[in-house]
Design a protein around this ligand. Structure first.
Ligand SMILES: [Zn+2]
Length: 347
């Protein structure tokens, strides 16, 4: 039986209740699992008994001539975020934190908001998403389609977060809950179950690092169990314009700007200290230009891989760093998320 433990990333203090940050040192919480790996993927999550939707969704892994790709847009809201929202909402629901009397809110650049709205709808929650006024319109429409209220905020990412936190509603900011990023462990388990040979390199779009951290923890668990010989090299890819983690790792001070890859915000991640050490030990953090991202999306479309710009950063990096055929790209969101919202025609 797998056992998970939630504790402060800095001082190790355990989480006592539902606090968002450590009550001793104000640092974010992390989650660690130990114990035997279960072939039934849901069995590797011990903090709920009945997930709201299936845990191991087994999104397809396809083989192209030069690379493999896991199509994470085969999730209910067309993005991988559903995996994290599923584990988070399943946990909070079973612990009695969610009810039909209170109101709940979230802040998001789009995909997380759509997923939050989807799970709120499953549980009939009164929910609101705070988003930047400049956010991707398709994603904002998707949020409303699932029945959440939408509040558009003028200002940067922290202005949106503050508006949500000060709204008087219960704040479910997904960044803070380790049960959110922990849901992405399932991606690593599926790669293990679906592949004859574990990829040497996995290329991951990187914004706030939750996907990266979850994938790392999944492979780390498989490695602890002696099921893989090494953890694949995990590439963290950011747009040059929105490269908060890359800048932090390289001592660069630079303001971030919006990228065509609108899901990748470029803020310094909440768990940047932990992410720095994981990236230095197990991966690389690199950037790609707007032109490289747009060209990558164009080429992926021709292969029948219709993903959003934020996912095509992976193929841009694959080409830029001349990786080989035992590389797997995580294509995180569907191209419909960008239809009509960008001005880059594909021909
Ligand atoms: Zn602490």
């Amino acid at each position: 039986m797998v056992l998970s433990k939630v504790f402060c990333s800095k001082c190790g203090n355990p989480r006592e209740n539902f606090e968002l940050l450590c009550s001793v040192c104000n640092s974010p919480f992390i989650i660690r699992v130990s114990g035997p790996y279960e072939r039934e993927i849901a069995g590797n999550f011990d903090y709920f008994t009945k997930p709201l939707i299936e845990i191991g969704t087994r999104t397809p892994i396809i083989t192209e001539e030069k690379f493999k790709a896991k199509l994470e847009y085969y999730n209910p809201t067309l993005s991988y975020k559903d995996r994290g929202m599923n584990t988070l909402f399943s946990f909070l629901n079973e612990k009695g934190y969610l009810n039909s009397v209170d109101s709940y809110c979230e802040d998001s650049s789009g995909n997380a908001g759509a997923s939050f709205a989807f799970f709120s709808n499953i549980l009939n929650l009164n929910s609101t998403v705070f988003a930047s006024r400049t956010a991707n319109l398709n994603k904002l429409k998707q949020i409303e389609e699932y029945g959440s209220k939408l509040v558009k905020v003028t200002g940067n990412r922290s202005a949106v977060e503050n508006a949500a936190k000060n709204s008087g509603m219960k704040y479910l900011g997904h960044q803070y809950w380790p049960e959110f990023y922990d849901g992405f462990r399932a991606i690593s388990y599926e790669i293990f179950e679906q592949s004859e040979k574990i990829p040497d390199d996995i290329i991951i779009p990187f914004s706030t690092g939750t996907l990266y951290l979850g994938v790392f923890e999944g492979f780390s668990h498989l490695f602890q169990n002696g099921l893989i010989g090494r953890i694949p090299t995990l590439w963290a890819i950011q747009p040059e314009r929105a490269s908060g983690m890359y800048n932090h790792l390289n001592g660069i001070e630079k303001n971030t700007r919006p990228s065509v890859a609108d899901a990748l915000t470029g803020v310094l991640p909440l768990r940047h200290a932990l992410l720095s050490s994981v990236i230095k030990s197990y991966g690389r953090c690199e950037t790609v230009s707007e032109t490289e991202i747009i060209n990558a999306k164009r080429e992926l479309l021709k292969m029948g891989l219709d993903c959003e710009y934020s996912s095509s950063v992976t193929y841009a990096a694959f080409k830029k760093y001349n990786l080989d055929e035992n590389t797997l790209l995580l294509l995180t969101g569907h191209g419909m998320k960008n239809v009509g919202s960008m001005n880059h025609r594909m021909r």
